[in-house]
Design a protein around this ligand. Structure first.
Ligand SMILES: Cc1cc2nc3c(=O)[nH]c(=O)nc-3n(C[C@H](O)[C@H](O)[C@H](O)COP(=O)(O)OP(=O)(O)OC[C@H]3O[C@@H](n4cnc5c(N)ncnc54)[C@H](O)[C@@H]3O)c2cc1C
Length: 292
């Protein structure tokens, strides 16, 4: 295990000034379910770490789910359990609630926070996919104030996020989905319990009484280094009538996009049919159609 010092922050301003002062040698500690495991396993990225800045005392400031007229605000210290069980999240973003419910074990869900999940910058983070599908924004606090950016822009690449010296994440803002939109989160892991996603998918659909799709948001997790909405696929769906054939076609379109972007790899033989099946399943279940 690497050796480092510990600082427990009592105010938001204290966090920023400490991070600013110690730069790359300091790192936020929230639930510790990623950071402490990585330090324990001597991940070389933490070899130079001198300070962990524990923000877990800032519960009052950073642990909340707050509904406003057109959006929902989620504090960075909200745990997976908070988001799984929040009536507001269940009502407006059931796909996010489902993603948080699928994380690790009850102990991990009770400790792990949404801020930590996103800042760990793993493309396999389960809450990431629904947040991208919902066009969430992220709010960063720095010594000179706050800035807000789209979550998809916060990711610079695998393991890299746009955090400037002295900055940390305080909040996520998620615009409410259109009324009567249906959603689905699907995950494929190596085994049922404690499995990090190999693939996951988040879908939001809104269709009218004639079953014609009016609104579509689709994100596939774990396949690109930078999370993004699959806008080509969304365009393919909008205006069409829901059917098995359409969703099968959509699954194939996503796997074709994956191959176009990432090339044909050793894992493609497995990933291609798995992704097609997962995406098709997410669309079918979102549209309340029976699985074959
Ligand atoms: C056994 C096990 C199973 C798991 N299973 C899953 C799973 O199924 N799905 C899944 O998605 N994840 C899984 N995880 C990963 C993990 O639980 C999540 O990523 C967790 O949400 C991280 O949150 P944390 O509060 O513990 O972060 P920490 O470990 O405290 O921090 C993680 C990283 O984010 C940074 N950070 C934390 N908060 C902030 C902030 N507010 N501002 C800036 N930087 C910050 C830290 O500096 C660190 O780099 C699993 C982990 C374990 C150990």
């Amino acid at each position: 295990m690497f050796h480092f010092d510990y600082f427990r922050a009592n105010h938001i301003e204290e966090v920023c000034s400490f991070l600013q002062q110690h730069g790359d040698k300091s790192r936020i500690l929230a639930g510790g379910t990623d950071l402490m495991v990585q330090i324990h396993e001597k991940d070389p990225k933490w070899a130079q770490l001198e300070w962990v800045v524990d923000i877990s005392a800032l519960q009052k400031e950073l642990r909340y789910v707050r509904e406003e007229e057109t959006e929902v605000h989620i504090g960075a210290l909200s745990t997976h359990t908070d988001l799984e069980t929040s009536p507001v999240i269940q009502e407006y973003f059931p796909l996010l609630s489902a993603a948080c419910a699928s994380v690790g074990s009850p102990q991990i869900r009770n400790m792990g926070t949404i801020g930590g999940s996103i800042c760990n910058a793993s493309p396999a983070a389960d809450p990431l996919t629904p947040l991208i599908a919902c066009d969430a924004s992220i709010v960063l606090q720095g010594v000179d104030g706050r800035r807000t950016l789209l979550l998809s822009d916060f990711y610079l690449g695998k393991g890299q996020v746009d955090l400037q010296p002295g900055e940390f994440v305080v909040e996520f803002v998620v615009p409410k989905l259109p009324c009567k939109a249906v959603t689905r989160f699907e995950k494929l892991g190596r085994r049922k319990a404690l499995a990090i996603s190999r693939l996951n998918a988040a879908v939001v659909l809104k269709y009218n009484e004639q079953k014609q799709i009016e609104f579509a948001r689709v994100v596939a997790g774990c396949i690109f280094t930078k999370p993004k909405r699959l806008t080509e696929m969304e365009n393919l769906l909008v205006g069409k009538t829901i059917s098995r054939e359409l969703f099968e076609q959509a699954g194939k379109a996503v796997s074709e996009e994956m191959i176009r972007v990432t090339g044909y790899r050793w894992s493609t033989e497995y990933k291609q049919p798995a992704l097609e099946g997962l995406m098709e399943r997410a669309l079918l279940t979102a549209a309340e159609m029976e699985l074959e």
